[in-house]
Ligand binder design. Sequence first.
Ligand SMILES: Cc1cc2nc3c(=O)[nH]c(=O)nc-3n(C[C@H](O)[C@H](O)[C@H](O)COP(=O)(O)OP(=O)(O)OC[C@H]3O[C@@H](n4cnc5c(N)ncnc54)[C@H](O)[C@@H]3O)c2cc1C
Ligand code: SF4
Ligand code: SF4
Length: 380
Amino acid sequence: MEDKIHKGQKELNERVKDARLCTGCGACVNLCPYQRSYEDKVIAIFPCDIDAGRCYAFCPRTPVDLEGLRGRLFDRGDLTPEIGAVKGYYLARSGSAKVRSNTQHGGTVSTLMSLAMKEGMIDAAVMARRDESCLTAGVSESDPKTVGRHGKSSFVVSPGIAEFNRIAKEQYSKIGVVVTPCQALAYAKMRMKPLPEKDNNIDKLKLVVGLFCSWALAWEPLLTLLKGRVDLSLITGMDVPPVEYKAMHVFTGKTVVDISIDDVKQCVRGACHYCFDLTSEFSDISVGSAILNEPWDTAKGWNQVIARTALGLELMELARKKRLLEFREVPEDNLENLKAASMNKKRTAVKNLRIRTHSEEDLIYLDKDDPVFREIIKGG
Ligand SMILES: Cc1cc2nc3c(=O)[nH]c(=O)nc-3n(C[C@H](O)[C@H](O)[C@H](O)COP(=O)(O)OP(=O)(O)OC[C@H]3O[C@@H](n4cnc5c(N)ncnc54)[C@H](O)[C@@H]3O)c2cc1C
Ligand code: SF4
Ligand code: SF4
């Protein structure tokens, strides 16, 4: 792979933003005065000629040694090629019906963030907030009682790492973050301190809770799609049920508006077509919906959870001990189905990257010699 770090804003613009690979993660924002987030994009408001910038080094779409990251962050024996490290795998949900009613699925993410803060594992949490126009931004909380108010998923990307970059300069010493997989990768790169003299207070990052993510939506096409069908100011949430529903559900108070999934897929952010990670592999704990052999109305009240690190396992077991989370038996084929779905996403990313480069082996930001992608390339 080419030199991974000694590049700056110019190369970030050319290779990531102009190439439409920018995921909107926010890792390059609030490091310097020159990068800003605007709507669901990140823009450079002033040119910068630094030749080794944190923006390029932290970006999840610049080349990185993924195998090196896996080796540094996880126990080797826990690593799987399909979904990364697995120390524990659960079906869980919040033990509180009140919490569940204000969260996306089982409320596991909100419960874990709140518990981590109550236990002093973190003193600030970075999450996401959707506004009335469906734009999403990072938001931080330092009171365990208010962490839960930022539940539910926004399907427009949040430049949430910009908020971490901002508050990491403040008085907090232990920060927890809720992230999409591309953001989890950016934080993993930051943790490696590629430019040690500018480490960005990354040692304050104490907990990474990752979301499963198949894709996110670009803001402008989503607005056009919703216009005339839903009053944006009434939207209380959105969800994507299993494929057989062929729809995205948009919740407005007591009604649910179904939007055709084929139309929704036209709004997927371009960068997501090149994304290899379904399950936030570079997190302490990853959480997604539960796909069960039962109606979505009941299945959607549960989460699949992967504990990946000792910290992740400790937090899950604490939540069990304190009865903050409820657990149910995991059906036999669940984990295998998740692994298959995850491999599909990796194969699609490799296929799309090869179509772009017209090359069998040039995967732009992915390493063709990485053991996971090597196998996919060999498989054709
Ligand atoms: C863009 C996107 C795509 C997703 N795709 C899938 C998928 O394909 N399959 C699947 O199983 N699950 C997917 N999820 C995850 C799923 O929607 C739930 O977040 C997850 O099941 C956890 O549910 P919960 O009830 O525990 O979450 P909650 O307790 O409601 O907590 C959700 C947390 O996510 C944060 N959040 C919301 N939107 C964002 C965002 N855009 N970026 C970062 N953080 C955010 C909130 O602030 C909150 O802290 C996706 C989520 C997002 C944001
Ligand atoms: S992917 Fe993230 S770090 Fe890279 S250019 Fe986009 S917002 Fe910046
Ligand atoms: S699909 Fe990948 S690039 Fe797109 S938002 Fe999800 S994690 Fe980020």
